[in-house]
Design a protein around this ligand. Structure first.
Ligand code: GLU
Length: 264
């Protein structure tokens, strides 16, 4: 299977922006093992801004663009250093790909990026994708990595997209507020009722939330592959997800149509 795994800042870093070494180690070990088992892995990783906040000892997620971009510049190095080191322990090679929204709308740039990522996969490397936050202004950015991961999954014609977040999946109510909230294991269709469940903001250092995850699900389902939302605090469950077991919330892709589409 060709699997795109997106991991959010809340899984990779503590609220201070320091890397969560335990999560990162288990995540990389599990992905390395899945790769050894024959799966092709693409990792879409957030955490650049968050880890930059940690490295530069900033007080919180920056509001202004230059500080955000400077933090991303520092944090992206930290991220790739960690991935290179950890995947290297299992003899896997990583390649960094930084994209903006433009790279999906401009046909030429899209072709270039797709050629690169497909060649990396062919070489057996693990592409590590993020938004190019140092140059992406609001007008040209995708804006968050849930949608970015779905677009990347379309580009590589993935079989499965997994979004690892700080929540177990989609609930019938906000589980932070209501103790009787129930996890929804399977979504076959994005009805208005399902869309209504996606209220609330993401965590402190990241940008996602359930709204962006449902947007990603819409792209995945339309393109014909499944998407799963699961908790990044338990990366070993990736094995169960790949086996098709019920973990988190699975959004069923509709029957695959031939040919690709631009999904923005
Ligand atoms: N590209 C951002 C970062 O690396 C993350 C965006 C997101 O959390 O969705 O910090």
């Amino acid at each position: 299977m060709r699997i795109v795994v997106k991991v959010g800042t809340s899984t990779l870093a503590y609220p201070t922006g320091c890397p969560d070494i335990r999560h990162m180690e288990i995540l990389v070990k599990t992905l390395s093992d899945l790769k050894n088992a024959g799966h092709e892995i693409v990792l879409v990783s957030s955490g650049a801004i968050g880890m930059g906040v940690g490295r530069l000892s900033l007080k919180g997620r920056p509001e202004d663009m230059p500080t955000k971009q400077a933090a991303a510049s520092v944090g992206q190095c930290e991220l790739m250093y960690m991935y290179d080191k950890l995947f290297g322990e299992y003899n896997h090679i990583v390649g960094q790909i930084l994209l903006t929204g433009d790279d999906f709308t401009n046909e030429n740039r899209k072709n270039n990026f797709e050629n690169t990522i497909l060649r990396l996969i062919e070489f057996g490397a693990i592409p590590v994708v993020n938004e190019n936050d140092t140059i992406a202004t609001d007008e040209i950015s995708v804006g968050e990595n849930d949608t970015l991961a779905a677009l990347v999954a379309c580009s590589v014609d993935a079989d499965l997209l997994i979004l690892l977040s700080d929540i177990d999946g989609l609930y019938t109510k906000d589980p932070h507020k209501y103790s009787d909230a129930k996890l929804i294991p399977l979504v076959m269709e994005l009805t208005p009722e399902i869309q209504e469940l996606a209220e609330g903001e993401g965590s402190g250092l990241g940008t996602g939330g359930m709204i962006t995850k449902l947007h990603a699900a819409e792209i995945a389902m339309r393109h014909g592959f499944d998407m799963v939302i699961a908790n990044g605090a338990r990366p070993r469950r990736l094995y169960n997800i790949v086996e098709g077991e019920s973990v988190g919330t699975r959004f069923l892709g509709r029957e695959k149509k031939p040919g690709k589409e631009t999904a923005l």
